[in-house]
Design a protein around this ligand. Structure first.
Ligand code: TYM
Length: 345
């Protein structure tokens, strides 16, 4: 989508466009997270100024076990790098290390409407799922996500389909703020991958695959072992047809075709020809083995990175220092515009 407002009014000295995205360290990452986001990020690292954040502030909108949250924060950062993100060419950091995220989120909360937040599908889904803990953070979560994105004058936000509604809201809030105070934020665009923007559950193909699903057979985790991956695909729910092709009421097969296409780059036609005259059993096995083969090198790099916590901490520290400097510029501009005093020290 063309973004004329940015082109015309918001010059930036650096030539590269800015990319921002993040993952919550709220559970083991699934192949949905991988295909919808992380896998696609390394290809962007030379042409864009990229920031990737482990969004721990978001994670506590749902109760987390503290030790587990800490461990998953390291793991998520390690997975970013294991998937191919080079900390020299990207800014990799943890959200709670850069206080400007929480600070800008507060300001944006005051420019985000109750009605807008009430319409968020993710809020409605999570309120049903965590009915005894519908806290204010869960409700205002999109303002924090808007802060994440707008702090860095982001141009593009690579995400899975489920986050597009939050990005639309981010744009609305940014436009509203700019209308009141003059050009302050760039208006970001979200973009989703061609294959893998919405990976479905293996147990209930009408539902999104999710890292918080209590049924461990519904999701394939990036760190699952080879046998586990093959077993889960063998058990994947399909239908009573036998022909490997897309179709209505073939949610399970459609999903397996999407996964296979995303990992192999094959088209639907190529997949159909490959499995012509062979049953679902053969296809499921092939998908399982392909996914396991593709994830094996990621898992190996992940294990090496996790063995060196000192290195991970140095990446976090370096990333947050760089992010901090960029974020401060936007935050002080916002503070000045809304009328906060900023005495020189
Ligand atoms: P999270 O942690 O739920 O998911 C991380 C990324 O994975 C994508 N994703 C999927 N893609 C395809 N199929 C699936 N089944 C699937 N499940 C998840 C998500 O779309 C996302 O790209 N609010 C965000 C994190 C966030 C963020 C941000 C993202 C916070 N601030 C700023 C971008 C920019 C979230 O909860 O993602």
């Amino acid at each position: 989508m063309e973004n004329r407002q940015n082109e015309v009014t918001m010059d930036r000295p650096e030539a590269k466009k800015v990319i921002f995205s993040g993952v919550q360290p709220s559970g083991m990452l699934t192949i949905g997270n991988y295909l919808g986001s992380i896998k696609n990020w390394p290809a962007l690292q030379d042409d864009y100024r990229c920031l990737y954040c482990v969004v721990d502030l978001h994670a506590i909108t749902v109760r987390q076990e503290p030790a587990e949250l800490r461990r998953r924060t390291y793991e998520t950062l390690a997975l970013y790098m294991a998937a191919g993100l080079d900390p020299e060419r990207n800014i990799l950091f943890v959200q709670s290390h850069v206080p400007a995220h929480a600070e800008l989120a507060w300001v944006l909360n005051c420019y985000t409407m109750f009605g807008e937040l009430s319409r968020m599908t993710q809020f409605k889904d999570k309120s049903r799922k965590y009915a005894t803990n519908i806290n204010a953070g869960l409700f205002t979560y999109p303002s924090l996500m808007a802060a994440d994105i707008l702090l860095y004058q982001t141009d593009l936000v690579p995400v899975g389909q489920d986050q597009m509604q939050h990005i639309e809201l981010t744009r609305d809030v940014a436009v509203r703020f700019n209308q009141v105070y003059g050009e302050t934020f760039r208006i970001p665009d979200g973009f989703v991958p061609k294959a893998g923007a919405k990976i479905m559950s293996l147990a209930e193909p009408e539902k999104k695959m999710s890292k918080s699903d209590s049924n461990k057979n519904a999701s394939v985790y990036i760190l699952d072992g080879r046998d586990e991956i093959v077993r889960k695909f063998k058990r994947a729910v399909t239908d009573s047809d036998t022909v490997v092709c897309r179709g209505e009421n073939k949610g399970g097969i459609n999903n397996l075709m999407t996964i296979y296409a995303a990992f192999t780059g094959k088209t639907d036609g190529e997949i159909e020809r490959e499995f012509e005259g062979r049953g679902y059993g053969d296809f499921k096995l092939a998908v399982g083995e392909t996914v396991a083969d593709a994830l094996a090198p990621v898992q190996e790099r992940f294990r090496a990175l996790m063995a060196d916590k000192g290195y991970l901490e140095s990446v976090m520290k370096d990333g947050s220092a760089k992010a901090f400097a960029m974020a401060r510029k936007t935050l002080s501009k916002v503070y000045r515009k809304v009328g906060f005093t900023q005495p020189k020290v």
